[in-house]
Design a protein around this ligand. Structure first.
Ligand SMILES: [Zn+2]
Length: 468
């Protein structure tokens, strides 16, 4: 009698993970990791499930898969459910459910909710429909014929199963519309990352949670536009993670940690794997651009649908699709903890024959050891602002950039594309006063060196009698 994904509370019986599944045998041997309450440690292959549920006839059941038929006898009914290519079987039962259904693109979407939820029960189906639509368009199709959003009386916000998600009854509240939408968008995102593309949730929880969190942000961006997507990202992800780092830095761990690593610090699991996990993907998106970034997700889906992917597979696809080595990025952001911090010490500009040369002295203040990172610098000129991305490490010192107009001032990452608390103060660019441009000096010097060499050569050749 607990409010969890397996348990009952008030009038709703949740039977998540009730059906025994075969453990996965992989290069570690049999994966027999225990159940954890604060997240998922589940890991399974897809399989076809054929399940008969005998229950008092006035119960309404929502299960993974499709209901193929129902028979009745002596006050009971037997429901026959079939799920194909699903990772586990779960169901929820209540005598009090109301059911609302809508059809989208040959997928029937059902919402099961308690009467007190009212119009929020209908809204649940509509949000799920929008999420299935945008994810299907950008990643690849949702392959199941039905989808169920089911109200469950539990402590968690939501829980994902193949073609069925559980949503906390406490969120069916008009005052919680945004978080309600966010949780449904998240659990629906899991249909792609965990459901169709599987992973070892115990060893690599970021692969499904991180990708699903970024997918949730994209639900808002694809549905309501970029400004809404950014607002959701800043509010629920980036700022939330910064607050965690301000208060609980000692709990910080690499994103690519296992569920086991978060024992005794389950709140840190949520901030690091989910929130920082989404922030890291946001950085990757800026570095690679939208086309390449979303192509990584599509390729992962196409290659690993109904299979099991690893973080290494994700990195390999990212490198393959972008044609770039990205170990420098993932080594720090997934396999190490902490944030970066940069500061511009000073900046000068001098004229060249073709334009100007900007010299920026950037200091890597965090981490304390050397890492390679690409960092955006905002250049302010009389004609406007623009970004240049420069490679920085602990020993890079002065970085020179050729520009075609005079730069008045610069700022490092003022819009915080790269996760960290940089010193973003505006640095005035000092003009290096020189009566002769340095380019001219170099050229003049090389011409005079050539003249001297010529003179020596001619003298030598004359002396040898080769020339007269
Ligand atoms: Zn999740």
């Amino acid at each position: 009698h607990i409010g969890d994904r397996f348990g009952f509370n008030r009038d709703i019986y949740a039977l998540g993970n009730c059906f025994p599944i075969l453990a996965v045998y992989d290069d570690e041997g049999w994966n027999l990791d225990p159940y954890v309450f604060y997240g998922e440690s589940l890991y399974s292959h897809v399989a076809d499930y054929d399940v008969y549920i005998k229950i008092e006839k006035d119960f309404i059941i929502a299960a993974t898969g499709v209901l193929v038929n129902t028979t009745y006898s002596n006050g009971y009914k037997i429901e026959h459910w079939v799920g194909k290519n699903i990772r586990e079987f779960a169901f929820v039962a209540s005598k009090f459910f109301e059911v609302y259904e809508i059809l989208y693109n040959n997928i029937t979407i059902y919402s099961y909710y308690l009467p007190e939820a009212g119009s929020m029960g209908i809204r649940a189906a509509e949000i799920a429909m929008r999420a299935l639509k945008v994810y299907g368009e950008h990643y690849g199709p949702y392959v199941y014929p039905e989808y169920r959003v089911v109200a469950v009386d539990f402590w968690a916000g939501g829980m994902e199963y193949p073609s069925l998600i559980m949503i906390a009854t406490s969120l069916y509240d008009p005052n919680k519309r945004e978080i309600f939408e966010l949780v449904i968008a998240h659990e629906t995102g899991h249909q792609w990352w965990y459901g169709m593309v599987g992973n070892d949730e115990n060893d690599e929880p970021w692969l499904d949670e991180g990708l699903t969190e970024y997918t949730t942000i994209m639900y808002f961006e694809w549905t309501y536009g970029r400004a809404t997507g950014r607002r959701i990202f800043n509010k629920y992800y980036k700022n939330s993670f910064y607050r965690f780092m301000d208060r609980y830095k000692s709990y910080d761990k690499p994103i690519a940690s296992t569920m086991y690593d978060f024992r005794g610090a389950s709140f840190a699991y949520f901030y690091i794997v989910y929130k920082k996990g989404a922030c890291v993907l946001d950085m990757l998106r800026y570095i690679l651009g939208d086309d390449i970034f979303f192509n990584i997700f599509r390729t992962l889906y196409n290659r690993f649908r109904f299979k099991i992917a690893t973080i290494r597979d994700f990195i390999n696809i990212a490198e393959e699709v972008s044609g770039r080595d990205l170990d420098w990025f993932f080594d720090f952001w997934l396999y190490d903890k902490g944030l970066v911090k940069y500061r511009i010490k000073n900046a000068t500009i001098s004229s060249t024959f073709s334009g100007y040369r900007l010299n920026i002295y950037i200091v890597q203040e965090e981490p304390s050891y050397n890492i390679e990172m690409i960092v955006p610098i905002l250049l302010k000129t009389s004609s406007g602002n623009r970004y240049v991305w420069v490679w920085v490490n602990k020993t890079s010192g002065i970085i020179s950039i050729d520009v075609d107009e005079k730069v008045l001032s610069i700022q490092i990452d003022p819009e915080d594309y790269i996760l960290g608390r940089d010193d973003t103060k505006v640095v005035t660019v000092v003009e290096e006063v020189s009566s002769i441009p340095t380019d001219f000096l170099i050229q003049a010097l090389s011409i005079s060196i050539f003249c001297v060499i010529d003179a020596i050569l001619i003298t030598y050749l004359k002396r040898k009698g080769i020339v007269k």
